[in-house]
Design a protein around this ligand. Sequence first.
Ligand code: NAP
Length: 269
Amino acid sequence: MLPHIGLGTVNVQGGIGVKQLENALNLGYRVIDTSTNYNNEGMVGEAIRRSSVPREDIYVSAKLPGSSHEYDKAINLIQESLYRTGLDYFDKYLVHWPNPKQGKYVEAWQALVDAQKYGLIKTIGVSNFMPEHLDDIIEATGVTPATNQIEIQPYFNNNALIQECLKRGVLPEAWSPLGREINDVLTNDTIKEIAQKYNRSTAQIIINWINQKQVFPVVKASQYIHQTDNFNYLDFELSEDDIQTIDALDKGEDGRVEGQNPYEYEEFV
Ligand SMILES: NC(=O)c1ccc[n+]([C@@H]2O[C@H](COP(=O)([O-])OP(=O)(O)OC[C@H]3O[C@@H](n4cnc5c(N)ncnc54)[C@H](OP(=O)(O)O)[C@@H]3O)[C@@H](O)[C@H]2O)c1
């Protein structure tokens, strides 16, 4: 059973990053989301070693880049990522993007299935997979991913894909839930009004909205004040009306933070 929030780590790096991650672990965060392309696997390992929290209580989730979808490359990359962190295993490992035009995501998934058997990874999942991609890998290997990490924020609520995940027994995770300082969901007037009503921050309203959809939120916060705010969002519930009001802020494809539609967008790092 996952805790109620995961810590995103985009741009959390180096010595400052180690301190920020240590702060988060001391606050009670236990799920850390990293990736080869965040260039911070070393920082993650260092923070875990310096922290007083036992390794077995921490849940490290990492990701396979598109440049390593070929089977042998994937197996090597997972090991290289472990060496960079200095960890013996990842708690979870995801195929970062399907890159469907390359046609290699099934091969990548097979590598994760086998890496799990070798003991390199405890749990395997995917990210940015659309329903067809999920069906392809399940049909080819008989193994259903534990999670699918996808974009979910008030301007792109991704409700249909959430339902497709839940229908298949895949736990959806939300990335960029606060809009990554690219959009203005944190200062949106409608969300601010709801926040005033509950006497909460807009961030807590958004994270709660995600959690009430049976989605696991992965939120990046490097500042202690933000880490504290986000960690303490669970002790209230949004009404169904307020959930629907936030759902209505959806802008369809135009609402994506960076227009990254997984059918088209490709990422290799
Ligand atoms: N699978 C994928 O393809 C994918 C794609 C994108 C992201 N991700 C993962 O998802 C994580 C989260 O997404 P994200 O980093 O793009 O953006 P995000 O979590 O939506 O937003 C992070 C920004 O919000 C600020 N913030 C956090 N809590 C706040 C609060 N309570 N009040 C005001 N501001 C607050 C942070 O500030 P400070 O840092 O200054 O505290 C930071 O600038 C990433 O870090 C990464 O781990 C995955």
